[in-house]
Design a protein around this ligand. Structure first.
Ligand code: GDP
Ligand code: MG
Length: 201
């Protein structure tokens, strides 16, 4: 045990976005370091666990366990149910840089998330959760530059717009361009989501 590291916490992270954007691939890349390249719906466990993640916040190091919740493919045709969202500490919103529609749909996913978790989220102490819940936005598949249809600026504009719906207003939602295939920026994105989840929690 490292005495400079404070107590261990478990944080629940949910991943949302259209079917096919790479949610499962990103989660697998982060938790196992592998990319299978196969299209396979998530089956079995409701979530994956990543242990011993070190988060630095205000020069304080905290050891956390991430519980990463992915859909089993049912985002295509049915609602995910309350249990999927309940107790979430942060939410990853994923789009595909080769599919502009998947960026447009982040509005839907963000609203769906907020309507499902409602105001019970913050336990009252932080006020209305919808005004400050930690979302992190990921534009995936940047290893396909020839197919890219969403410029970085367009996604950043969405991140500003989504943040201006909140009382905090001034700070755009954090945005990363990632590749589950090459692993580019995947660790950084999950690290940021863990940091925000801890801060919020
Ligand atoms: P999900 O439906 O959002 O969970 O998406 P999947 O993780 O199942 O991925 C959908 C398809 O996109 C699969 O064929 C993956 O191999 C592919 N894919 C996922 N991430 C990437 C990526 O970063 N780059 C490329 N080139 N393909 C990806
Ligand atoms: Mg999936």
């Amino acid at each position: 045990n490292n005495s400079s590291v404070s107590q261990k916490k478990t944080l629940k992270i949910v991943i949302l976005g259209d079917s096919g954007v790479g949610k499962t691939s990103l989660m697998n890349r982060y938790s196992t370091g592998k990319f299978t390249g196969q299209y396979k719906a998530t089956i079995g466990a409701d979530f994956l666990v990543k242990d011993n993640v070190v988060v630095e916040l205000y020069q304080q190091r905290t050891l956390v366990t991430l519980q990463i919740w992915d859909t089993a493919g049912q985002e295509r045709f049915q609602s995910l149910g309350m249990g999927f969202y309940r107790g979430a500490d942060a939410c990853l919103l994923v789009y595909d840089v080769t599919d502009p529609h998947s960026l447009d749909n982040l509005d839907h996913w963000r609203k769906e998330f907020l309507s499902q978790v409602g105001n019970g989220l913050a336990g009252g102490s932080l006020g209305d959760a919808s005004t400050q819940f930690p979302f992190v936005v990921l534009g995936n598949k940047i290893d396909k530059p020839q197919d890219r249809l969403v410029p970085r600026e367009q996604a950043e504009e969405w991140c500003r717009m989504a943040a201006s719906n909140t009382i905090l207003g001034s700070q755009p939602l954090p945005h990363f361009e990632t590749s589950a295939k090459t692993s580019e920026s995947v660790d950084e994105a999950f690290q940021e989501v863990a940091r925000r989840a801890l801060y919020y929690e």
